[in-house]
Design a protein around this ligand. Sequence first.
Ligand SMILES: [Zn+2]
Length: 1036
Amino acid sequence: MAMAHPLRRLRPPPLPPPLLLLLPPLLFLLLLARVAESKYIAYNTTGGIVPDKLNVHIVAHSHDDVGWLKTVDQYYVGSNNSIQGACVQNVLDSLVPALLKDKNRKFIYVEQAFFQRWWRQQSNAIQQIVKELVSSGQLELINGGMCMHDEAAVHYIDMIDQTTLGHQFIKQEFNQTPRIGWQIDPFGHSAVQAYLLGAEVGFDALYFSRIDYQDRAKRKDLKTLEIVWRGSRSLGSSADIFTGIFPQNYEPPPGDFYFEVNDVSPVIQDDVLLFDYNVEERVNDFVAAAVSQANITRLNHVMFTMGTDFKYQYAESWFRQLDKFIHYVNKDGRVNALYSTPSIYTDAKHAANESWPIKTDDFFPYADDQNSYWTGYFTSRPALKGYVRMMSAYYLAARQLEFLKGRNRSGFTTGSLADALALAQHHDAVSGTEKQHVANDYAKRLSISYAQAEKLVEFSLACLTESAAKSGCSNPSTKFAQCPLLNISYCPPSEVELSQSKTLAVLVYNALGWNREDVIRIPVVDKYVVVQDSEGREVESQLLPIANASLYLRSKYVKAYLGVSPTVTPKYWLAFRVSVPPLGFNTYFVSRAKQAGSVSAMSTLNSSQGNKYSSLEIGQGHLKLIYNADGVLSKYLDSGSLVNADIKQTYKFYSGFNGTNTDPQASGAYIFRPGGTFPIKSDVQVQLTILRGSILDEVHQQINPWIYQITRVYKGKEHVETEFIVGPIPVEDGIGKEVVAEITTNMATNKAFYTDSSGRDFIKRIRDYRSDWQLQVTQPVAGNYYPINLGTYIKDNSTELSVLVDRSVGGSSIVDGQVELMLHRRLLYDDGRGVGEALNETVCVNDDCAGLVIEGKYYLKFDSLGEGAKWRRTFGQEIYSPLLIAFSEQDGGNWASSHVVKFSAMDSSYSLPDNVAVLTLQALEDGSVLLRLVHLYEVGEDKDLSVMASVELKKIFPNKKIIKITETNLSANQERAEMEKKRLKWKVQQGSSGAETVVRGGPVDPSKLVVELGPMEIRTFILNLDYLAFVSAAGP
Ligand SMILES: [Zn+2]
């Protein structure tokens, strides 16, 4: 996205006449003297850097969104041009001859999703030419991910995966490693982008344009648009990255320098026989723009970003002008212009050996005007955000299973899910800022590719259970099925009639490196069921009637998504305890209870029926929640941690401002502009329905006609799970609404709260405050919203309250002691940033359309001060990676005698340390294995776990021999040592950094094979394993 504001299409007026005085009189005379001749002009474009001049680095580029107003494929082929005249094929096709025409011309290309579409359609001859253009540096592939990912609504694991995918291709085809981060359009910038997707990838610099307008004004004054960004407290200076913020945007500088075929900027007319000769005017415009930019930039190098969205569709029309500018500007001599790239520009800045101002934390939130905070998109399209998160976790687990089964070229792979997920990370995809038909396209791609990965998973599980993997499993007879719509209570494989002979095998896979004790829930039709473990022992289980709100969602959305109505209706959730080994599975059996035998326990049910009655307590273990006589949650008591806290859990909505003639900024897909705040209260007293059992207690509340809430407390788990069903948000009153869940305590939090950076480091936020400038508060709510991917917390001098989320949302702490999460938004006006649609999502069954209903969960826990990180990190990882559940019907026979029922890929005595997770375990095409390990804690975050961790690789891969281990950079396209050697080091200004202790793991001894990880460290390895020794490692 970029064209954004209609205002942005207006060009500033031409420079005033006095600037003409800058033109040296001699040049004037020379030009006049040549009036008579007109002939071929060989433009001199050879300009390199001239040390004692102002150097203008001309960076020719096109910003090609992999979906926004049109779908990625429509943009590529140039269809649907009535929406936007954009064809990326034109860009790449026309680029080749344009670059060949003059070897000094240079271009950068960014979005690999487009580049790869184009590449596979090219002849060998063109591919060869392009390879030469890349190797000579005329065409530089930068950023290098499949898309330019968003930085607010994207989880860091997805950022890594989509970047790796693009970088792998560039390495394979061109043997190149991109040097530059080019995040020019995302709407605010994450610390994780700087230190992880920048420094740890091996980038020498990061460039972008969108920062807060107040911040930008100050940085222009102080010449601090270029900085060294230290994004990680834990990794400190070892992950610094040079960062350049553009003075205005990523388009050409002010002064009319747009040269697409239909653009209106004056071209250079230098043929003396034609009218309107304008060389001197245009040279003056260029010099003026250069001087103006130099006035806000350190050193004598400035960058002109010559291009914008979907430009260079006829590349020659730009290059022709750029050739002339370089030729005439350099002849003029006041400044030096050159064809350049961000790499050349970065090297020039580095060569000066300057000390740069340092920047910590991040660039959120982003505002481009006083009432225009881009904080709405943190929540926009919550269903798509939830879907992306769910697919992200599935992709992680599916790659593990693909590895465990043994990857083969034929059959199903995770490749297409990798592509679909990569596209979905684009800054107009998961961000929710695309047109509706484009959002549908992303969801469709995820759905189609999920179906392929699902087959791979089912096949792999069948192989592993049949213990056939060692013999090269080709045709397992066990059939598994899964339930991607379990979140709306739809699971045909579990909704079957069982008998004593017909049982349901439930295989539960754990993608984490720890043993996991958890409760799973599946819908069933029969209440006479019993659950047994793999050794035939009965497992504690509990039946909970499925709420009407869930059943309504189920029937309506199954019809909408699948086009068919469910044939049976399950009556109960069957909840039971499972214990699953690390990187492995366990199997449970659900069968019909024998007449005389035990049966799954039905929850007891109480309903308040609106009568005032005394306070009520729920929770079977340490944790108790107390509801007051009005049926409102009032206390949280934990007899384990001795926390005793007052709490209120409520909903409210912000009315979306509609915009007026004089104040046109509406709330929309990008921008959150509340008109007012309205508490949501039920018309009648909140009715509670309470379900109790030995595993969990549930409190059901119909908050209002369109909000249903289920609060769960599990025995043995000391946190609260809140499931919400929100929608359709009513808009018949002509007012859009942005729905917020609010948790209120009496904690004295002194304006402070903490939110995660892309699911990783927590950053301290202070209400109405920015660390880099004196904030003028114009939007006291929208201006205090931050993106949340993992969670948020507040603390006072004795207690912490943590809230974790199941997808990315926006949130804040608008008053002390309070936390709020924006769960859903439905708006009726466009917010003027280019998408041209109101964010008004509906779901239709036949022609009956209603506002989108979303279902989701958030989790909360109180801890004593300093104790909260353990839950946020460990449980946060469990939220990200839910247990993968697969079902198989068993008719007679004995499953356990013919199947492996319990499995761990790891040594049966081993488990990863509590502070480490497996981020990637993936069989690569060449037979090697990609392994990423992540330390989950920051420096100082936890007294026990913020320490160096060690992982024994031999125990992760028992029965396999690690023949070779190579540590790489984060995107796995170069050896780590090589990357560290060549990555540019930058000096920072004195006084801006204190003493630091950075802890990183040491080199891996290939005989011991122990990997150390310091706090927040992620280490990436390519392993070569000897598969001959592979034996299916059935656990005990
Ligand atoms: Zn964009």
